[in-house]
Design a protein around this ligand. Sequence first.
Ligand SMILES: Cc1cc2nc3c(=O)[nH]c(=O)nc-3n(C[C@H](O)[C@H](O)[C@H](O)COP(=O)(O)OP(=O)(O)OC[C@H]3O[C@@H](n4cnc5c(N)ncnc54)[C@H](O)[C@@H]3O)c2cc1C
Length: 414
Amino acid sequence: MRQKSMKKYDIIIAGAGPAGLTAAVELSKKFKILVIERRKPGTTSSTWYSYADRAAKYNIEEAVTTRFKEIRFTSPTQKHYMKDDCVVLDHNKVLELWIKRAKANGVVIRQEAFRDYKYADGGVKVITSKGEYFTRLLIDAMGSGSEIIARHNLIKRHDAWVIYGGLIKHEKHEKPYFLEYYPLNDKDNTYVGIHPHSDTETNIYVFQGRSNTMGNPAELKEIFNKTIAELEPNGEKIQNLGGTIVSGSLKKYALDNIIFFGASGMLNPDGCGMGFNEILKQHQTFAKGIAKAMKKNALDQKTLSKVADSLRDQETLNFQKIIGAFSLYFIKSKGKWDGGVKWLNAMGEESKYWMRNEFTMDWIMKANLRLHKVIPIKETVSMIPMDNLPFVLEQLARFSVKAATSVVKNRMKK
Ligand SMILES: Cc1cc2nc3c(=O)[nH]c(=O)nc-3n(C[C@H](O)[C@H](O)[C@H](O)COP(=O)(O)OP(=O)(O)OC[C@H]3O[C@@H](n4cnc5c(N)ncnc54)[C@H](O)[C@@H]3O)c2cc1C
């Protein structure tokens, strides 16, 4: 009897971050959708830079605050200016745009926390802080702290960028801020990230790369306070920023009637914190796969896993895993991040495809060979822990053989 009074939706999306809202906008063209978000919908503690072409393609140009022709990467002794048409977005404005579009398509958005789920009547009963709902499909877009992932112990491997910072209101000063990442050269190997919104408002945060952890951003508060006292002594923090960008892999990317999308589904590329950009790139493919599964009423784990797999190319994943392993272990080497920035310099104008996560097989082969060139094998062996080493070396060897074969083939053609 109770079930009858429960509100029913075709799809319930838990989490109104970039993953949940992009999925809601796309899927609401065909389905009745409820989004539940534990915070005030339309707010986030992340800050996003993206690219002019993507902002235009995915219709979020209205939220662009600043444009840059390069991203500056600095390591203790190296510099790399990654050329690209970059944009910094007003993070809350991006969410506001998506909320407006979702609501215009009839999506219901409620400020309620996901608590639990139970299988019932061929679907899922979703229990929130304020009530119970029934749905055929639950999309878990609750980010890297997803309770469903934790409860089922679904994480196979994970690394993290742990971040703490703020949107700072400051005086206009002589030397403008750029979109950049630079080291504090401290014992904890902390980096500073700068995403300027305007001459007088800048997102500034400190971050660290760590292995096998979900991290705790609050641990970086002191380092951030010290950094900001030096950088902007008269600045005022007008918003908190922070979180953990987790990358790695899951044991399962879907359960019966439940699928993980965005950070909960480990969509952030290993080695770079570009999870927002990956969601932009993948949300339409994700929504198409879900719409097809919904239409066929095939919402079992196997079918939903195929939808999740369609977002992952195996060669790209292998390459990202290598770069992820290197980027985290560079910090333990004598020159800290120098190796990484040397590699970016060796890639020249083509380095941008790494941050964009846009790879061709030729690019992957070139990137591997150049990585070999700047980081001698001896150093690789001493840097990367034993449990990761066989995979990294096997992949490096495989990509090198592929590259050599392709050179020989091209010569034979001539
Ligand atoms: C400081 C910072 C800077 C970054 N910079 C960039 C960048 O420049 N470019 C880039 O591409 N990426 C960047 N990222 C990464 C990017 O922000 C994430 O990859 C992206 O936000 C992931 O989106 P998501 O929707 O999957 O998860 P989230 O953004 O984490 O959203 C999850 C949502 O679920 C909600 N939620 C959680 N639990 C519950 C619950 N129990 N019930 C209901 N709701 C719940 C949360 O409140 C949240 O709103 C940055 C991240 C940070 C923290």
